[in-house]
Design a protein around this ligand. Sequence first.
Ligand code: HEC
Length: 160
Amino acid sequence: MRLHRLLRLGLPVLGLGLMTGLVFGWPWSRDMVEQPAVRPFEVWMPLPPEGTVPQATAWRPGPTAITPEAVEAGRQLFRTYCVVCHGPMAKGTGPVAKKLKSRPYDITGPFVAQKKDTSLYETLRGGGVVMPPYREALSPTETWAVLSYVRSLQRKGPPP
Ligand code: HEC
């Protein structure tokens, strides 16, 4: 009777121990670790091909050379896409502006004027907090045209 109870308790414990040993103690438990593979920091990252530039700067020179054609194209795009929020004078007084939780910036003002071209480009492509993204609506060239217009406003004050 005692032996019987001992076996009933002991056998499952022994079985469990054996199984654990098989799973964790056997050589195959490390097969996934010890395989031919490149481990982190074992080799250097391949360098980019000669002449490659990061994407953010790849568009340079942007609207640095502001041509009258780009400004005119930008003005029309601004009237189409931006005026609803930013208003005809780009001061942030468009009809939709009142409905927004945070007001569109006065993009003729010094805060936006001191921003880098690439920074504004990224905002236009990817959107701001409230401002929608325009990477679908505007091509890169059109985006630079709009920025040329924005820059021309900042230089001359009221739009032409
Ligand atoms: C739905 C309203 C809305 C529309 C449409 C809109 N904007 Fe904006 N814009 C905003 C708001 C709001 C901000 C302030 C930042 C934020 O909260 O996203 C802003 C900020 C900006 C800034 C400042 C970005 C910065 O980094 O400080 C620029 C430049 C700008 N808009 C240009 C444009 C241009 C160009 C268009 C058209 C292609 C446009 N916006 C369309 C609402 C709008």
